[in-house]
Design a protein. Structure first.
Length: 318
């Protein structure tokens, strides 16, 4: 590499791309674990939020003909892409003098910045789940409410946003993580109703935690092939852990609230928590003739967010 490296864009750019690719290769990507990921070819994506589908009607009660039913429109969610960039400069003297470590460090640090930007973007939903005005990874405020005007996690989501008299339901708590609090949360989620009063059939199968709760999370979820299959903290009663093998644990170090934890229905999450790629991060370079500096950049466009709240239950212990 030392003898081949020289001040030539056709030589340097493949080297830079390879260094960048290697740095990104073995890093864990939480985006596909926490979102329904799609590609976009528009400046803005939108999803229509609709109510419950209703139920079939018996033939004789629909005048012996097909029963047609309307679906209530509850709102519209818009996703407008944002553009992100970062760059590094490499001076010709670095190349001429074969300062390989300095060159590698600059490219690797840029790759690390791209990776962290993506992962911090990915947890914004959860870091701001209990807020109406959220703060993005740069510290800038944004509207963190969902279509009913409430935070993603709230104690007063209206069952029917078109009729406040129908009551409310909650997807927010303050319990510390334990097998009992997971059990109570799973039951609560399965009791949620749609705008018509029919069961939503939400079944949590994923537990999102910070490293602080990782040990407890795996004790609850169990690890296939390890342990004896009993509930944690049963005081010698040896109760069978009914959740062993049924829960996927995601430990995300980018969660700000170390005690917060989220029960998630992964099937509904893919439909209601969206990440749109308009332009995946891509690299480019150009030489400045006058300064003899090679500019190397990474640019991407994407958007993300929650369509509705009926896929997770968040707990925020004091």
């Amino acid at each position: 590499m030392q003898t081949a490296l020289r001040w030539d864009k056709n030589v340097l750019e493949p080297v830079f791309r390879e260094l960048f690719s290697r740095e990104m290769k073995n890093k864990k990507d939480f985006i596909p674990l926490l979102y329904g990921v799609e590609n976009s070819n528009k400046a803005e994506e939108s999803i229509e939020i609709i109510g419950g589908e209703g139920l079939m009607e018996e033939w004789k009660y629909s005048n012996n003909q097909v029963f047609y039913d309307d679906i209530q429109e509850l709102g519209q969610k818009y996703f407008r892409h944002k553009k992100f960039s970062i760059g590094r400069t490499i001076e010709r003297d670095f190349v001429d003098d074969l300062k390989l470590t300095a060159i590698k460090d600059r490219i690797r640090s840029m790759a690390d910045a791209v990776y962290k930007t993506l992962q911090l973007s990915a947890v914004e939903t959860f870091n701001n789940a209990d807020k109406t005005t959220g703060t993005d990874f740069r510290g800038r405020p944004y509207d963190a409410t969902v279509f009913d005007g409430k935070p993603l996690c709230a104690t007063d989501h209206p069952i029917n946003p078109k009729d406040p008299n129908d009551g409310v339901q909650s997807n927010k708590g303050t319990d510390e993580l334990s097998i009992d609090s997971w059990d109570a949360t799973a039951v609560a989620m399965q009791e949620w109703k749609d705008d018509r009063g029919n069961p939503l059939v939400v079944v949590p199968d994923t537990l999102l935690v910070s490293p602080y709760n990782a040990r407890r999370a795996f004790q609850i979820a169990g690890i296939p092939g390890k342990g004896e299959g009993y509930e944690p903290d049963t005081n010698g009663n040896f109760n069978i852990n009914m959740y062993e093998g049924q829960i996927k644990v995601i430990v995300n170090p980018y969660l700000k609230n170390r005690k917060a934890w989220f029960a998630i229905d992964s099937t509904r999450m893919k439909l209601a928590h969206k990440w749109y790629w308009r332009r995946r991060p891509e690299n480019g370079s150009i030489e400045d003739f006058d300064t003899e500096v090679m500019k190397y950049k990474t640019v991407g466009r994407w958007t993300h967010g929650a369509v509705d709240w009926t896929w997770l239950y968040g707990h925020f212990p004091a």
